[in-house]
Design a protein around this ligand. Structure first.
Ligand code: AMP
Length: 423
C-alpha cells in the first residue's frame, strides 16, 4: 500500500496505547486532586483565535499553523491550547463570576514543524489554566501541579526554571533598554532575530543560535528592570515554591515564545529527552483576554507534552506494565462444549469479566492452550467429552501451573469468585 500517514503524525495502538491510557489517567487524577475540571475545545478554530492574539510574530502563528480554507472562511488546526481555551472562556462567560476557576485539557495540537525525536506535527498536550486569580500563590500552585505530575510518575531528572517577564509597564521600559543594547549589533544577529528586533526583541534572548546566544550574554536582563509590584510578586512566588518543596532555579533568559505572558514564566527541561528537552512550561497571561477585545482578567497556565512525558518514562524504565490480558481462556473441545461455553463467555463479559474463547470449533487441546498462552490468560478452562460426562470442568492456573476440577453446575459463580486480580 502506497498511502501512508502524514509525516510527524503517528498511529497509536496496542501495548503502547495502553501505556498512554494508563499515564493519561494518572495525570488526570493529579489534576483532579488539585481541583481542576476538564474542558474540551474543537480541533478547528477560526484563524483569528490565534493570529492577533497569541502574537503574529511567534513561530507558531507565523510558520507552523495548518490552515483549512473553505469558500468563506479560513480555519486552523489548533496549534496550542491557551488561545482556544480563552476563546471558550469568553464565549461562555466562564470568567464572569470573578471567582477562581480551574480547568485542564488533554488535546492534540498541530504544528508544521520539522519532525524529529520528541517533535511531532500532531502531538498531545495536557494543559492547566487557572483564571481570576492574580496571586503569586496561584502561579506557585500551577508549578506545583506540573512538578507533582512528573514526581508522582517517578521522573525526578528535570530542572524547573522560573523568571518574571514583568507587566506591560516595566516590560516596555525593559524592551527599550534591550533594543538600545541590540541596535548596534543588529547585523550580527541571525535573520530571524533581526526580524524579531522591532516587535519582540525579548525573544532574541530565547534564540538557540550560538552567535545570538553569545551576544545575549551581555544584554541587560529583566530582573533589573522589574517594577516594585512585579518584584514583590516574584519574591512571593519563590517563597511559595519553597513552601511547596519545588526545587527551582531562576533563569532571566526564560521569556517564552508567546507574547501574552505577564510576570511569571516557567519551563521544565529534562536531559532525559535529548535535543528537544522541554518537558513543559507556562506562565501568567493576564494580557490575553484584552487581545480578544474583552475586559482583562488574570490567568495562569501551562502545557506539557505527552509524547515527551512518555519518552522520559521510557528512559527511566517507568512505563507501566500492560494489564490487558483476559482473566480466563475457555477451551471447549467439541460442539457440545462450545454450545455451553460460548453463551457463558458472553454472559460473563457482560458482567465485566473478560473470558476469551476461540470461535474455531475444529481445534484440539494443544492448539487451544497455545492460544491461551498467546493471549496471556490468567486461567484456562477446559471442557471435553470426559468432563462433560462427569459434570466438571478443568481449570488451570496458567501462571502457577496448578489445576483443579470445578463443578459444571456452579461454573458461573466459581468463575465470578476468581475474577478479581490481586492488586
Ligand atoms: P509550548 O506550547 O510550545 O510551550 O509547548 C508546551 C509543551 O508541549 C512543550 O514543553 C513540549 O513538551 C510539548 N511540545 C511542544 N511542541 C511539540 C512538538 N512539536 N512535538 C511534541 N511535543 C511538543
Amino acid at each position: 500500500m502506497e498511502i501512508r500517514s502524514v509525516r510527524g503524525m503517528n498511529d497509536l495502538f496496542g501495548e503502547e496505547l495502553q501505556q498512554w491510557a494508563h499515564v493519561e489517567n494518572h495525570v488526570k487524577k493529579v489534576f483532579e486532586s488539585f481541583g481542576y475540571t476538564e474542558i474540551r475545545t474543537p480541533a478547528l478554530e477560526k484563524i483569528e483565535v490565534f493570529s492577533g492574539t497569541v502574537g503574529d510574530e511567534t513561530d507558531i502563528v507565523e510558520k507552523q499553523m495548518y490552515q483549512v480554507v473553505t469558500d468563506s472562511e479560513t480555519y486552523v488546526l489548533r496549534p496550542e491550547g491557551t488561545a482556544s481555551f480563552m476563546r471558550a472562556v469568553l464565549e461562555h462567560n466562564l470568567q464572569s463570576s470573578g471567582q477562581p476557576g480551574r480547568f485542564f485539557y488533554y488535546l492534540p495540537m498541530f504544528r508544521h514543524e520539522r519532525p524529529q525525536k520528541g517533535r511531532l506535527r500532531q502531538f498531545h498536550q495536557f494543559g492547566a489554566e487557572l483564571i481570576n486569580d492574580a496571586s503569586p500563590e496561584a502561579d506557585a500552585e500551577l508549578i506545583t501541579v506540573l512538578d507533582q505530575i512528573y514526581q508522582s510518575l517517578g521522573i525526578t531528572e528535570y530542572r524547573v526554571r522560573i523568571n518574571s517577564v514583568g507587566c506591560t509597564e516595566c516590560r516596555s521600559a525593559y524592551k527599550e533598554k534591550l533594543k538600545a543594547f541590540f541596535q548596534p549589533k543588529l547585523n550580527q544577529l541571525c535573520e530571524q532575530c533581526q526580524k524579531r528586533f522591532e516587535r519582540s526583541a525579548m525573544r532574541i534572548l530565547d534564540c538557540k543560535r550560538e552567535t545570538c546566544k553569545t551576544l545575549a550574554q551581555e544584554a541587560p536582563l529583566i530582573p533589573s528592570c522589574l517594577c516594585s509590584s512585579c518584584k514583590t510578586h516574584h519574591e512571593r512566588l519563590k517563597s511559595c515554591l519553597t513552601m511547596a518543596e519545588v526545587k527551582f532555579e531562576e533563569d532571566p533568559y526564560i521569556v517564552r515564545g508567546l507574547d501574552y505572558y505577564t510576570r511569571t514564566a516557567f519551563e521544565f527541561t529534562s536531559q532525559l529527552l535529548g535535543a528537544q528537552d522541554a518537558l513543559g512550561g507556562g506562565g501568567r497571561y493576564d494580557g490575553l483576554s484584552a487581545r480578544f477585545d474583552e475586559a482583562p482578567f488574570p490567568a495562569v497556565g501551562f502545557g506539557l507534552g505527552m509524547e515527551r512525558l512518555m519518552i522520559a518514562l521510557q528512559e527511566k524504565q517507568k512505563l507501566p506494565q500492560s494489564q490487558f490480558n483476559p482473566r480466563f481462556f475457555f477451551a471447549p473441545l467439541g460442539e457440545k462444549a462450545f454450545e455451553l461455553l460460548y453463551p457463558l463467555s458472553l454472559k460473563l463479559k457482560r458482567k465485566g469479566i473478560w473470558c476469551e474463547i476461540s470461535y474455531d470449533k475444529t481445534k484440539g487441546l494443544k492448539w487451544l492452550l497455545k492460544q491461551a498462552n498467546r493471549v496471556n490468560a490468567d486461567f484456562s478452562l477446559m471442557l471435553g467429552e470426559e468432563e462433560l460426562n462427569q459434570g466438571t470442568v478443568l481449570l488451570k492456573n496458567m501462571k502457577q501451573g496448578t489445576q483443579e476440577n470445578l463443578s459444571l453446575n456452579s461454573l458461573e459463580s466459581e468463575i465470578i469468585r476468581r475474577s478479581h486480580r490481586a492488586p
